[in-house]
Write a protein that binds this ligand. Sequence first.
Ligand code: GDP
Length: 530
Amino acid sequence: MSNRPELPPEIARRRTFAIISHPDAGKTTLTEKFLLYGGAIQMAGQVRAKGEARRTRSDFMKMEQDRGISVSASAMSFDFDGHRFNLVDTPGHSDFSEDTYRTLTAVDAAIMVIDGAKGVESQTRKLFEVCRLRDLPILTFCNKMDRESRDTFEIIDEIQENLAIDVVPASWPIGVGREFVGCYDMLNDRLELMDRADRNRVAESVKIDGLDDPKLADHVPEHLLGKFREEIEMARELLPEFDRQSFLEGHLTPIWFGSAINSFGVRELMTGISEYGPAPQPQNSASREIAPEEKSVSGFVFKVQANMDPKHRDRVAFLRMASGHFQRGMKLTHVRTKKPMAVSNPVLFLAADRELAEEAWAGDIIGIPNHGQLRIGDALTEGEPLRFTGIPSFAPELLQSVRATDPMKAKHLEKALMQFAEEGAAKVFKPAIGSGFIVGVVGALQFEVLASRIELEYGIPVRFEGSQFTSARWVQGAKDKVDIFANANKGHMAYDHDGDLVYLTRLQWDIDRIERDHPDLKLTATKEMM
Ligand code: GDP
């Protein structure tokens, strides 16, 4: 990330990131406050209030309400402090790891939210590992400090030990639970005082001159002062100093303490993102690295969402801009089909509303309504046949067969399934012999989500049933060898929605045997999407 040429200001001011957390840690609340400070909404609470009206449009899933999980990821853009923030929402439930993984290929940084009373939880750890695979810089927000929480050193230790990353306090909490008064801004020598009376008020900020400043006593209750001074001294002695390079390389995370619901600490966190970055990063492709400052426009699809608006049966492909300056109406090349594509009605997601994107720069996320041409992994460029790498498609871990309760609807069901497959919501396999379909997912809950979506969006009641198979592997190798193998194992063969050959089985033993007996074939659990 060093030694890069200076970026044009429009690109340099962009911040594209995701929030990762365990359910309930406060991701939604924090997002709301981001939008509030970003001027995207007038009052916190509107994301949810609007959500009610929006539900018919994008939050079509009743399950989303029932289970309190967010199934559909979306992207939101807003301005803060001269910067353009692009926040890409990650689905929070562990059953959606594949979707989440792909979302994280589209961002340059992540904010990890943890609950001050609970510390690092299972889902946080998993998501963190995905960030680490990509060396994403991580900013940490320790939330719910207005409640009884753990000792500050203990929290920091837990993150360091559990996640093997250096932690540098950007702020330090003063008092806990009911006695929590605010934080000391370690980087700017300031007191930030929480206003408990008004949850939407920005904290009062008091500049002080070191720990001996008599002003401290005006704001911090006397019985907390001694412990506070002692802790800051210990923290300075024991913990590393903030080092931007180390942060950008993903070795160090700055931590802010706050309370999202009280709007406390949020602005400081946002300032941290503005100041420390990172700006849009280069993206990898099979042929070369794409730098954000390149003049030529390019981008890749990391998510496809169907039926965001039931009135128009459209799909929206979310495109991460990798380079250039896009203007509405531009004719780009759809690399997979080599066809030109006029992008005339791209959408920017400003808070809860869609708005036409007149222009976009490297780092931005735009939504492109389309009728199914755009798939996950697709590239749009000004002609260069780029193939962006690193957007994987995982072998599903659970397989079930599916059929329409009304046999007359079988054809319709096929269409619905293909659409979900292209969206990346599930794997759909058509067995080489026999009828029907086998659907593969990464988490069990997805079967329910699918059943409910197929019924809601296509009016087809379906039934999922146990399949005789439990694993799927893509088969790769020379065509003649693959054909011989497929012919000899017809009962196990199926095709995915791209027409690629898949071997289905219920025994790991089968997979091992094939790998041993057919050294010229490769059975893979992931397939790079394109
Ligand atoms: P998510 O599941 O991570 O999106 O979490 P939410 O933002 O929905 O928050 C989960 C619960 O924690 C909700 O009841 C919030 O009102 C509550 N919450 C969020 N932030 C805070 C905070 O700073 N303090 C307290 N006491 N509760 C909070």
